[in-house]
Structure formats: C-alpha cells, structure tokens
Design a protein around this ligand. Structure first.
Ligand SMILES: [Ca+2]
Ligand SMILES: [Ca+2]
Ligand SMILES: [Ca+2]
Ligand SMILES: [Ca+2]
Length: 86
C-alpha cells in the first residue's frame, strides 16, 4: 500500500497535474469529487459531480445551488429556502 501511494505521488509530480487530495488514485483535475475518495467516479446524473459529493446525485444540477445550505441542492429540495424541509 505504501509503495502504491509513493508511486502515485511521484507520478503526480512527474505528470505535473497536481495532487490527489483524497488519495483515491485519481488526480484532482480529473477527479469528479476531489475531496472524497470515489475510485469508481460514479456520476449517475452525468452532471460532472460524482455521486458522493453531488448535492442531488440523481438530478443534473451543474451549479450545485443550495440556497438554504442544508446539503440538498435546489434541484431536488422541495423547499430550498427552509433547511428543515428537504
Ligand atoms: Ca475522488
Ligand atoms: Ca452527478
Ligand atoms: Ca446532480
Ligand atoms: Ca437545500
């Protein structure tokens, strides 16, 4: 495991594409969810945000708008002005 991490780090430096914050093996610029490990890069609604960090995993919402800040995007929040209602 240690060798794999070292190898991916040196490859990142060699390729000059930056780092891999979540250590899932996919460099940040190519990772559809740079802060959370998601090796499979699953993106059910194909909006470019990986399911694990998409605030509406089944609703295409490129802007990820969430006005009430409850973690549920406006596109799939039945009341996006009230954080107690999702
Ligand atoms: Ca990731
Ligand atoms: Ca998505
Ligand atoms: Ca979405
Ligand atoms: Ca919301």
């Amino acid at each position: 495991m240690r060798i794999m991490i070292a190898a991916s780090l040196s490859l990142a430096l060699f390729a000059g594409v930056g780092c891999d914050t979540d250590m899932d093996g996919i460099f940040d610029p190519l990772d559809n969810c740079p802060a959370m490990a998601n090796v499979n890069q699953a993106d059910s609604d194909l909006d470019g945000f990986g399911d694990v960090c998409d605030n509406c995993p089944n609703e295409s919402n490129v802007d990820q708008t969430d006005q009430d800040g409850d973690g549920v995007g406006a596109a799939c929040d039945s009341n996006d002005l009230n954080p107690l209602v999702q």
